[in-house]
Design a protein around this ligand. Structure first.
Ligand SMILES: CC(C)(COP(=O)(O)OP(=O)(O)OC[C@H]1O[C@@H](n2cnc3c(N)ncnc32)[C@H](O)[C@@H]1OP(=O)(O)O)[C@@H](O)C(=O)NCCC(=O)NCCS
Length: 162
C-alpha cells in the first residue's frame, strides 16, 4: 500500500500561517512542536511533518475507509533518519521525505521493503478513481493497482508500487 503528499514551499509560505495562535498545538504533538521550534528552518519542518502525516493518512483512509481529520493522532518519529515512521493506533507507516528548495515530498508505505518498488507515474498512465481513490489500470485493464496522487501549487507527483 502506498500514499504520498507534496507541499509547494512557495505556495505554503504565501497561503498558510502556521504561526497563528493555537495552530501548532492542534496539529502537532509536543515532540513535533519541539522539532519545529528548535529547527533552523521552522517553516520547512512544519511542512516536512505535515507531508508525512498526510502521506500516512492516505494509506490509513484507503485501508479503513474512515475519513477523519485528526492530524495529531498521526505521530511522526525518526524524522532525522532516511526512513521515518508515522504511527497511528499502533500501526506503523514508513516514510521517505525529499526536501529541496521548491518542495517537500513524502512517500509512505506499510511494508518497508516496498520502498524498493516505488515508481513515479504521469498523467498519461490510465488512472481511474473509485470513490475519490485513484488506481492504475494494468494487465489489459483487467487489474487495478493502488496509486497515490498529490498536487500542490506548481507540483504533482503520482506514485505506485510495481
Ligand atoms: C484526502 C486528502 C488526504 C487529500 O490531500 P490534499 O493535500 O488535499 O491533496 P493531494 O493533492 O495531496 O491529494 C489529492 C489526491 O489524493 C487522492 N486521494 C484522495 N483520497 C485518497 C486516499 N485515501 N488514498 C490515496 N489517494 C487519495 C485523490 O485522488 C486526489 O487526486 P486528484 O487531485 O487527482 O483528485 C486530504 O484532503 C484530507 O482529507 N486530509 C484530512 C485528513 C487529515 O487529518 N490530514 C492530516 C494528516 S493526518
Amino acid at each position: 500500500m502506498i500514499g504520498n503528499d507534496i507541499v509547494d514551499l512557495a505556495l505554503a509560505l504565501k497561503e498558510s500561517n502556521w504561526k497563528r495562535k493555537g495552530y501548532l498545538a492542534k496539529i502537532f504533538t509536543k515532540l513535533e512542536q519541539l522539532l519545529i521550534i528548535k529547527s533552523e528552518n521552522p517553516d520547512n519542518m512544519v511542512w516536512n511533518l505535515w507531508s508525512r502525516k498526510e502521506a500516512a493518512y492516505k494509506i490509513f483512509n484507503r485501508n479503513t475507509e474512515v475519513k477523519i481529520y485528526n492530524p495529531i493522532q498521526f505521530k511522526c518519529y525518526d524524522t532525522y533518519k532516511s526512513i521515518g515512521k508515522v504511527m497511528n493506533n499502533g500501526v506503523v507507516y514508513y516514510t521517505k521525505t525529499e526536501i529541496n528548495l521548491d518542495y517537500i515530498h513524502t512517500v509512505s508505505v506499510l511494508n518497508i521493503t516496498d520502498f524498493e518498488s516505488i515508481k513515479l507515474l504521469n498523467r498519461t498512465n490510465e488512472i481511474i478513481k473509485i470513490e475519490g481513490i485513484p488506481y492504475l489500470k494494468v494487465a489489459n485493464n483487467k487489474e487495478m493497482n493502488p496509486i497515490s496522487i498529490s498536487n500542490h501549487g506548481r507540483f504533482e507527483k503520482i506514485v505506485s508500487l510495481f
